[in-house]
Ligand binder design. Structure first.
Ligand SMILES: [Cu+2]
Length: 325
């Protein structure tokens, strides 16, 4: 339902938030001025060529008409002055757009920390009164119409956070935290991408923003707050044992078990997400199995090795992870 309503889910020209709208206005202003200038230049060029054809060129270039010379100096002088005025006007416009984007910050109701990793996004919601800190990956949930502070950092190389329908770009620089304010004024699923080349799988480093009502957001948050469910059936129990026994736990955390690795995404509620591996795959049992069986064929170079599991163990791990909503 969301997706059909939003084929404009990743476009700076289809804005769904105040921050993105201000940038959109600036895009239009710059484009309009540039197009007008180009048309005027073309018009003057055409006039000049036309006059040349009419015979002015047959006059000797050495014969100077001082009256015409003065007119030309005046014309070129005014065009130069106009160019300077336009440049200054655009600079001022850009300055004020930046200022009004900055003025959006200050009354955020939700804070989320986004940490860039090669090639996925770690998402953290700090502790609030009613809930502990939440860690998830590649998917940010926000309440519609509320200001959300996004704090940005990276643990390896420079990445760039860009969800064009909602806000402008901001780099994630290791050791130099940045932030931006994001407001979604319509429920929906918005896609974003890393916008700074960060290595081999840069193109497979997408992020999803789910904008939902305050009630749905609170419900999501309290689901995330809970530890992972205890496996209910035999298959899931076998899957959990295989997960904990084959090294997955060295890199992944599942709260409520002894798996507490932090190299890869937190998997406590992995099945509740829309996608896998930074939107490289949709979240389905088949995709989950394909990813675990051979992550290197899906995202070559990804920091998860292919681990040999027996077919039964693989199915059991998929059943277990698939139950972690
Ligand atoms: Cu990146």
């Amino acid at each position: 339902m969301f997706l059909t309503a939003c084929n404009d889910w990743q476009s700076a020209l289809h804005t769904h938030g105040a921050n993105a709208r201000k940038i959109f206005d600036l895009i239009w202003t710059f484009s309009a001025v540039a197009i007008t200038t180009w048309l005027l230049v073309m018009l003057v060029l055409a006039m000049a060529l036309f006059r040349r054809q009419l015979g002015e060129a047959s006059r000797s270039p050495l014969q100077i008409d001082s009256h015409q010379e003065r007119r030309m100096i005046r014309a070129v002088g005014s065009a130069t002055a106009l160019t300077v005025v336009v440049l200054i006007a655009l600079t001022i416009g850009s300055f004020f757009a930046g200022k009004s984007i900055a003025s959006l910050s200050g009354n955020e109701t939700v804070t989320v920390r986004v940490t860039g990793h090669q090639w996925w996004w770690e998402i953290r919601y700090p502790k609030i009164e009613s809930s502990q800190a939440i860690v998830t990956a590649n998917e940010i949930h926000v309440p519609v119409g509320e200001s959300v502070k996004v704090k940005l950092d990276s643990v390896d190389v420079i990445h760039s956070f860009w969800v064009p329908s909602l806000a402008g770009k901001r780099d994630l620089i290791p050791g130099r935290p940045g932030e931006l304010t994001l407001i979604a004024d319509k429920p929906g699923i918005y896609r974003g991408q890393c916008a700074e080349f960060c290595g081999y799988q840069h193109a497979h480093m997408a992020i999803t923003v789910v904008a939902e009502s305050r009630e749905a957001f609170d419900a999501w948050r309290s689901r995330q707050d809970a530890n992972a469910i205890t496996p209910a059936g035999d298959e899931e129990r076998r899957g959990q044992a295989a997960f904990l026994g084959t090294g997955c736990a060295l890199c992944h955390t599942i709260r409520g078990t002894h798996a507490s690795g932090t190299v890869g995404p937190d998997l406590t509620h992995v099945a509740g997400r829309h996608s896998l591996a930074a939107d490289a795959l949709a979240m389905t049992p088949g995709a989950l199995a394909a990813w675990i069986a051979d992550p290197q064929s899906i995202k070559p170079g990804a920091k998860m090795p292919s681990i040999a599991l027996s077919a039964d163990d693989l199915n059991a791990v998929v059943a277990y992870l698939g139950s972690l909503e």
